[in-house]
Design a protein around this ligand. Structure first.
Ligand code: FAD
Length: 357
């Protein structure tokens, strides 16, 4: 039951009951609403520098996208045990989830159309004209899975709620870009057969960005479609300050990443079969994210995080999904967000809908 997406708003009768049953536990948390995690640590005398603090800082950075000093306490607390609570490695990589999603859509008689970039969205009476690089569609509902700024650029004319779109756009821009090293490396002799994830911090007194903090996902021995026998894929990322796409700066960060790997995880660098670097420009080009913003909206302290709990259209029949809207970044969170929006649309209009081509 606790894994039920209905537990997030919109609440059904059953999930409301489940929340009511748990409400005594929630009461103790209310005083931390909107406060930084740092305050919780101070209250329990856990705010000393050291390994535990570094662990919390690094976990906050890759989940709620900011450190202990800034992270909103309830969002941060909800993610801190994620290593121990059902986190999964996807055999074959994230693409396998995309394939599964496509199969599910096709099983329900839906169409998935590839290599069509949406170029413009225009409202005409009670429908939307969707112009793509190949053909056009007229549809009653558009669910846009792009960043707020990208949606703004696609829409021909204003939306009914421009303030909200502007607010979302600004909040994404308080976030991050990422630098990457995609490697295929020799598995160390004594490595366990399963997939593994390691976090490395070069200097715990410095900000967890620009190569100082590295998050590495390494494929398992059995994932033979990803790397040859005896080798593994190793995806290494670090946060970079927004908008910084200067080639010399990116090269400097990637060099720092290589140095950090060499010093802190030398066993995974003995033989590097190949390496492909990535940067905010890569994300901008290949995933259409303006300025290469990734990671959604950092959940910094403040009540603003709770403003958009309930999905709402931006104009009649126009919704935004993805990691810029509640509950935020990660595959699971974006899937939950999409589920909530689909639920809202179906409840308000009783779809499914015909599409004119
Ligand atoms: C380095 C890094 C590591 C991460 N690691 C993890 C992890 O281990 N686990 C996890 O759960 N999450 C992870 N995440 C977060 C996760 O990848 C994102 O939160 C998630 O991909 C966001 O999904 P989205 O649908 O919002 O956006 P996207 O994944 O960006 O999807 C949007 C899609 O829309 C397409 N598109 C854009 N514009 C158009 C257009 N005009 N027309 C047609 N199509 C368009 C894009 O090509 C893209 O396929 C990581 C993110 C980064 C940057």
């Amino acid at each position: 039951m606790l894994n039920d997406p209905e537990l997030l708003p919109p609440l059904s009768g059953g999930s409301l009951l489940s929340h009511l049953r748990r409400s005594p536990q929630y009461l103790g948390l209310l005083r931390w609403l909107g406060k930084p995690l740092k305050k919780v640590l101070e209250a329990y005398q856990l705010d000393k520098p050291g390994l535990f603090h570094s662990f919390l800082n690094a976990t906050c950075q890759i989940t709620v996208q900011c450190g202990v000093e800034e992270a909103e306490a309830l969002f941060a607390l909800s993610t801190l045990d994620y290593y121990f609570r059902g986190t999964q490695h996807i055999r074959g990589g994230l693409g396998e989830l995309a394939k599964g999603l496509v199969q599910a859509i096709e099983k329900e008689q839906g169409d998935v159309l590839y290599t069509r970039r949406v170029k413009r969205l225009t409202r005409s009476k009670d429908r939307w004209l969707v112009e793509t690089s190949k053909e056009n569609f007229e549809v009653p509902v558009v669910v846009a899975n792009v960043l707020p700024r990208a949606l703004n650029q696609l829409i021909d004319g204003p939306v009914d709620d421009p303030e909200r779109l502007k607010r979302w756009e600004k909040s994404v821009e308080t976030g991050w870009g990422a630098c990457m090293l995609y490697r295929v490396v020799k598995r160390p002799e004594n490595a366990k057969p399963g997939a593994c994830h390691i976090q490395l911090i070069q200097d715990p007194t410095k900000a967890l960005q620009d190569g100082n903090h590295l998050f590495c996902s390494i494929s398992g021995k059995g994932e033979r479609d990803r790397a040859p026998e005896g080798y593994a894929t190793m995806t290494v990322s670090t946060h970079v300050k927004h908008g910084d796409k200067r080639p010399e700066k990116i090269e400097e960060i990637q060099q720092r990443m290589r140095q950090g790997l060499k010093v802190l995880a030398p066993e995974w660098g003995e033989s590097i079969l190949y390496e492909v670097p990535g940067s905010p420009r890569t994300f901008e080009r290949f995933t259409g994210r303006p300025d290469g913003f990734v990671g959604g909206v950092p959940r910094r302290a403040g009540l603003g995080n709770y403003k958009d709990l309930f999905p709402k259209s931006l104009s009649k029949g126009l919704y935004l999904v993805g990691d810029s809207v509640f509950p935020g970044q990660s595959t699971l969170a974006t899937a939950l967000g999409g589920h909530r929006v689909a639920h809202t649309i179906l409840r308000s209009s009783g779809g499914p809908f015909p599409i004119d081509r």
